[in-house]
Design a protein around this ligand. Structure first.
Ligand SMILES: *Cc1c(COP(=O)(O)O)cnc(C)c1O
Length: 353
């Protein structure tokens, strides 16, 4: 049976969290002399001389409406990367605990593990980029605290079988983190609705991709109230600044604009796939549920450099295990995608392919 108290680090269980001025007095008042702010104002606009809401209530309320999840089940981080780091700091004892990742996948899980001196047990995906269930089950021991699953996966683009994820959720006594950074582009449905079913589930999403706000640094974690309380205890008091909170709230009114971008991106993805697939330098295009495609090419290094010289930057993933020969290409605007295809054709002409 999963019990959060059993996997929480002792120092975190016993931690007395920092109590800010905004924690100690939350009501309405006309004179605030409790936080050593500049009472005269700020060189910008009125609100920036005050500390921001530590728990970002307005943003969470709006997200709650959009996602159908109560605000108490939402954590906001300075990017999802902050949520990943907090998971390590709250649950993994440096030098003794371990986590499982399933490469090729997002690099931050391993970097964050290394920063926190936590062992990473890497269980390669199968040749069709799915979970190796038997190997995962063998790798788990009593020190395994977290399994990270990215779906749709970066850099492969595919979604991970839902039944496999549910099997892990039902049988693993640690946290299962499902990183849904690309969920808006996917035919699969989110795991957010399963929060009531699985108390060990943490779903990560972000405003950095479909929402078009990578520069704002706002990531989300959805989990049980008990897990969110741990996040809030460990996080820096004012981790989302006032400007980001205001702009996020404003952006979250524009669901329709975002939905229309998602539709257009998916349509462009399919068009780009069709156009690339007939090129002789392109060997394989992997199925994608994301806003990028993984493309196996002949001589990826040369194609990469050729593109750079033309001012087009794609991601060279050709040295990554299971992605040999591959470039990861983000779906651009119709104009950008056209330039990419032209560059491919140009490369083929010059090299007589
Ligand atoms: C881009 C990306 C993120 C987003 O990280 P932020 O810190 O929120 O910008 C998270 N996970 C994966 C797999 C990603 O590719």
């Amino acid at each position: 049976m999963f019990n959060l108290q059993n996997i929480l680090r002792k120092n975190i269980k016993e931690l007395v969290p920092y109590s800010s001025a905004r924690d100690e007095f939350k009501g309405e008042a006309s004179v605030f002399l409790d936080a050593n702010e500049n009472a005269y104002g700020s060189p910008l606009s009125e609100s920036y001389n005050r500390y921001p809401d530590p728990l970002q209530f307005k943003v969470k309320k709006r997200l709650s409406e959009i996602k159908g999840v109560p605000p108490q089940n939402i954590f906001l981080g300075n990017g999802s990367d902050e949520a990943i780091d907090i998971l390590f700091r709250a649950f993994c004892n440096p030098g003794s605990d371990n986590v499982i990742t399933v490469p090729p996948t997002y690099g931050m899980y391993e970097v964050s593990a290394n920063i926190n001196d936590v062992e990473v047990r890497k269980i390669k995906l199968t040749a069709d980029y799915q979970l190796n269930m038997e190997a995962i089950s063998e790798a788990v021991d009593e020190h395994t605290k977290i399994i990270f699953i990215c779906s749709p996966n970066n850099p492969t683009g595919n979604s991970i079988n839902r039944d496999d994820i549910e099997t892990i959720l039902a049988n693993f006594n640690g946290l299962v983190v499902i990183d849904e950074a690309y969920i808006n582009y996917s035919r699969q449905k989110t795991f957010i609705q399963e929060l009531t079913e699985y108390s060990n589930l943490v779903v990560l999403q972000t405003l950095s991709k479909a929402w078009g706000l990578a520069g704002l640094r706002v990531g989300m974690a959805f989990a049980s109230e008990e897990i969110i309380e741990v996040f809030n205890k460990v996080k820096p008091p004012y981790n989302i600044n006032e400007a980001s909170q205001e702009l996020a709230l404003e952006a979250l009114q524009n669901v329709e604009q975002v939905n229309s971008w998602i539709k257009e991106t998916v349509a462009e993805r399919e068009k780009l796939k069709a156009e690339l697939s007939i090129l002789p330098s392109v060997l394989t295009i992997y199925p994608s549920d994301a806003n990028f495609i993984l493309v196996k090419t002949i001589n990826p290094k040369e194609i990469y450099q050729f593109m750079v010289n033309k001012g087009i930057i794609v991601r060279d993933r050709s040295k990554v295990e299971l992605c040999e020969g591959c470039l990861r290409i983000t779906i651009g605007t119709p104009k950008e995608n056209k330039l990419l295809i032209e560059a491919f054709k140009n490369f083929e002409e010059l090299n007589k392919i």
